[in-house]
Design a protein around this ligand. Structure first.
Ligand code: ZN
Length: 479
């Protein structure tokens, strides 16, 4: 039965039973008293009364207040008022938000990473498929022999292992970059989208001495060439977030006219704010895509230079983008790209996707190790501290929830992210800000008796420490 714990149950005893009066249906009390043995006939304490009513509450409102009583997940909605859903422009389930994993291309452009061996990249590709990511960029084969060989091996893996993930490869708008993609596609026997990119902002045009005519010619030739090889084309404008509307209109229209079936709007240098993303995408959809009369996929590709990549990518979906590009842990050029893991978390929390993400930590851990970028302890969800607390007030609330045998409540009472959705759990530790409940819980979890003297000894060690105690330090005090 679905219970609604927010409904306050009134403890008052009906006047007919010698109680103070209103709040309880007298018939209910009579029924309870009749059925329950051992309840005083008159003037029971509120506690006795409440205990009796647990079994008989006609509203089903009492269960959540009782230890060891499972609470249904539906009722969590009543325990958390979600202001995020007050905005109707929020990402919804109206259309499936697509995700393109750029870890093995843009991610590997991070100046601090080691390019993993192909065996690791294949393992990573499988993890992407496990997370049901829609597509993966397999690299920029025009960059050299190693990049070409790796992209080919990855494409062959998708084919031979029947991985449910689409492939794309990056290319400058030159034939020497596009041709190897066609070779990979043919050799692996799968479709590979060519993501042909070209600078679009006036600052880049000025630095490179490019005219608009040159950009339009390069666009037309590259898209036509890729299409002539049978490749689907995602036309990518670099630095779109600082490009003039008229330039973008002409570039995208030329690409679409020549057969591009997708366009990628890029915040290449991490300049955009969410308001800018919305304005830009509104323009692209209204002034470019709609007038084309074609069914064009619109992608958003963002970077983290201002620390806004996740917000911008969510804003892009809200503004109507079909697909967002992201990388594991946000690794990428300079300070990196939109973090894929954080996108998955946010899309799941907003209800826009509903899929098993318990392998998210494996995806992050494998990639972190493969590229040599450690995950900071305070990193969202997959950082070591994401669900770890030693603070007395926080821990006490979590522990009370555990004592109710309410796993879901424990994982949400002090966390905006339910750890169990991601295969993780809350950790209660002991430090200077801890209270007795931390210590008692910590000991019980390890099968140790929480006798008062032992608890006091550990707590006093914690109060004199300048940080959270390590396991072996606490065990040293326990002995
Ligand atoms: Zn990028």
């Amino acid at each position: 039965m679905s219970r609604s714990p927010l409904t306050t149950f009134k403890f008052s005893i009906p006047a007919s039973d010698g109680g103070a009066g209103p709040g309880l249906d007298p018939q209910l009390w009579t029924r309870v008293r009749r059925q329950k043995v051992g309840i005083p006939k008159t003037k029971p304490t509120a506690f006795q009364f409440h205990e009796a009513v647990f079994e008989h509450c006609p509203l089903g409102t009492c269960g959540a207040m009782r230890d060891n009583e499972p609470r249904t997940s539906a009722s969590m909605n009543e325990l958390i008022y979600d202001w995020n859903k007050a905005d109707v422009t929020n990402v919804t389930t109206a259309k499936r938000p697509l995700l393109n994993d750029e870890t093995l291309r843009d991610g590997l452009q991070s100046p601090s990473i080691d390019d993993p061996p192909i065996e690791k990249k294949i393992e990573i590709l499988h993890l992407m498929a496990d997370l049901r990511l829609d597509s993966a960029n397999l690299g920029l084969p025009g960059a050299g022999a190693r990049a070409r060989e790796h992209a080919l091996r990855l494409a062959r893996e998708i084919a031979s292992a029947h991985l449910p993930i689409h492939a794309n490869c990056a290319a400058r708008t030159v034939e020497s970059d596009i041709h190897p993609i066609a070779e990979i596609s043919q050799s692996a026997g799968i479709q590979v989208e060519a993501a042909t990119f070209l600078g679009s902002s006036p600052i880049r045009q000025y630095a490179e001495d490019w005219t608009l005519d040159f950009l339009l010619r390069a666009t037309e030739q590259a898209v036509r060439y890729a299409r002539s090889l049978g490749l689907p084309v995602m036309y990518v404008t670099e630095d779109t977030t600082r490009a003039r509307p008229e330039t973008l209109r002409q570039l995208y229209s030329t690409a679409i006219r020549n057969g591009a079936q997708a366009i990628a709007v890029c915040d290449t240098v991490g300049h955009a704010t969410p308001a800018g993303v919305r304005a830009l995408l509104q323009f692209i959809l209204d002034e470019v895509v709609k007038p084309s009369g074609e069914s064009i996929r619109v992608d958003w590709h963002g970077h983290s230079d201002r620390g806004l990549a996740v917000c911008n990518s969510l804003a892009a979906f809200e503004a109507g983008a079909d697909q967002v590009h992201a990388t594991a842990l946000g690794i990428g050029e300079r300070v990196g790209n939109t973090p894929m893991d954080q996108m998955l978390v946010n899309l799941k929390l907003s209800g826009a996707i509903d899929r098993d993400l318990t392998r998210l930590k494996d995806y992050c851990a494998v990639i972190s190790e493969a590229v040599g970028i450690p995950i900071p302890p305070n990193y969202p969800v997959v950082g070591a501290d994401a669900f770890r607390t030693a603070t007395g007030v926080h821990a006490a609330a979590v522990i009370k929830a555990y004592r109710k045998n309410d796993f879901e409540l424990a994982n949400q009472v002090y966390s905006g992210v339910p750890s169990h959705w991601f295969g993780l759990e809350q950790k209660i530790e002991i430090g200077p800000m801890s209270g007795k409940s931390n210590v008692i819980y910590w000991l019980e979890k390890r099968g140790l008796k929480p006798d008062p003297e032992r608890v006091e000894r550990i707590l006093s060690a914690a109060k004199n420490a300048d940080r959270v105690l390590r396991e072996e330090e606490i065990m040293g005090v326990v002995q």
